[in-house]
Design a protein. Structure first.
Length: 418
């Protein structure tokens, strides 16, 4: 049996979730892994939280030095959120010879290179399974289960807030504003939901996941981002009529030295595995050159799922004989020779308002465009032409739409996943 003291920095929803798992499942962890994990310190300025969770005397503290100066603490959990003071606290913990486990995707996306360097210099580990997709162990799979494959894509629904909102808009026909209010009432969305609904949260996560998948640094600033605030009920209905749903997808692809990383609302075929991922659930599909598609599904946020990922990292860290570091030059910069694709190559879902007399002309324009039509439908009542394309460059599609703008109007223009 090995006894290990840990500290938790930040005692909000996620920090409390990790603490509850460590205490409630203490005996099971000890029996299954031979590790006696003790929460020695909990750092938070809200001292009333300590009484709420019946922390033993001396465990709760408002002073970081109580953690740094305790040589018995081997692992420090950071669940404070934001860049500062989390970065400073993590750096001090690493320099004091303590391993760190974090759930802070914004910090990692922005400062991973700095943290990694400090961890290496002090021969300690920095682990962050909980930073991406909550309780779904996607980082562990990328690091330890698919080492033999060349991974060519990672695609997923990786933000529970937006998926809940879009699910409610689709299933109940309610507006974005009403669905957002419901999400806030249930605790799925923050009072200021910008990070989620404008795609920043998914952008941070995709930067981390694509870096690990493609074994090269993909800065978050290279990720093309669009949120869901402009998704209308009309778009959702257009998609439904063709057997599609609108989802906020994070998509990373790599072909040779070219990488494409983007977050945006996407028309997803209802029969696609991602098309049936609803409410606050998340899912990620990873594709390798040998394994083909591997899908991971589960709860992407919340105290218990994220707490589960944190505790998994604690146990993983304790069991390792040497720290695990990213298998690429993690300097925060795009590697020499890697090209970020800006002219997106994708399938598209396009809805045009066009008179019946002009519909054939418009459709012919698409068909002549290298035969890119996958499926189409003309609705006489609404006088709308819906076209789902095969893979085509965004610039090429723009040219085709420009050619028919005199007889048509674009009502919807989204990338698509079949």
């Amino acid at each position: 049996m090995k006894k290990v003291n840990v500290a938790i920095m930040g005692f909000g929803t996620v920090g409390a979730g990790a603490y509850e798992l460590l205490t409630e499942n203490h005996d099971e962890i000890l029996a299954n892994h031979g590790i006696d994990i003790n929460v020695a310190k909990v750092l938070d300025k809200r001292v009333e939280r300590f009484a709420e969770y019946n922390l033993k005397e001396g465990v709760g503290t408002t002073n970081l030095d109580d953690i740094l100066n305790d040589s018995s603490i081997e692992v420090v959990v950071e669940v404070m959120g934001g860049v500062e003071p989390a970065l400073t606290f993590i750096t001090k913990a690493l320099k004091s010879g303590k391993n760190v486990v974090s759930a802070n995707k914004e910090l990692i996306a922005k400062k991973w290179a700095e943290i990694d360097q400090v961890a290496r210099e002090n021969n300690v580990g920095f682990y962050h399974e909980a930073s991406c997709v909550g309780g779904v162990p996607v980082i562990r799979v990328l690091n330890e289960s698919l080492q033999g494959d060349n991974l060519v894509s990672v695609t997923g629904i990786i933000n529970g807030t937006t998926n809940y909102i879009l699910t409610k808009m689709t299933e109940e026909g309610i507006s974005y504003d009403v669905a957002l209010a419901q999400a806030q009432k249930l605790g799925y969305a923050e009072f200021n939901p910008t990070a989620d609904v404008e795609g920043f949260d998914a952008m941070y996560k995709l930067s981390i996941l694509s870096s690990l998948a493609f074994k090269t640094c993909i800065p978050y600033t290279e990720v093309a981002r669009e949120g869901i605030t402009q998704v209308s009920l009309e778009e959702i209905e257009y998609a439904k009529k063709m057997g599609y749903v609108i989802k906020l997808l994070a998509i990373g692809t790599k072909y040779g030295n070219k990488v494409e990383v983007r977050v945006h609302p996407t028309a997803v075929k209802q029969t696609h595995p991602l098309g049936v991922v609803n409410d606050s659930y998340n899912a990620v599909v990873v594709k390798g050159d040998f394994v083909d598609n591997v899908m991971l599904y589960g709860r992407g946020a919340g105290a218990r799922p994220t707490g589960s990922a944190i505790v998994s990292d604690i146990i993983y860290c304790i069991k390792r004989t040497t720290p695990l570091y990213p298998p690429f030059e993690n300097n925060g910069k795009l590697a020499e020779g890697i090209e970020i694709v800006k002219d997106s190559y994708s399938k598209y879902f396009v809805v045009l308002s066009v008179k019946r007399a002009d519909a054939d002309k418009v459709l012919t324009s698409f068909i002549d465009g290298n035969g890119i039509v996958k499926e189409y439908k003309y609705d006489l009542k609404s006088e709308t032409l819906t076209v789902v394309t095969k893979n085509v460059a965004e610039s090429k599609l723009a040219e085709m739409l420009e050619q028919v703008k005199d007889v048509s109007k674009v009502l919807m223009h989204r990338k698509a996943v079949l």
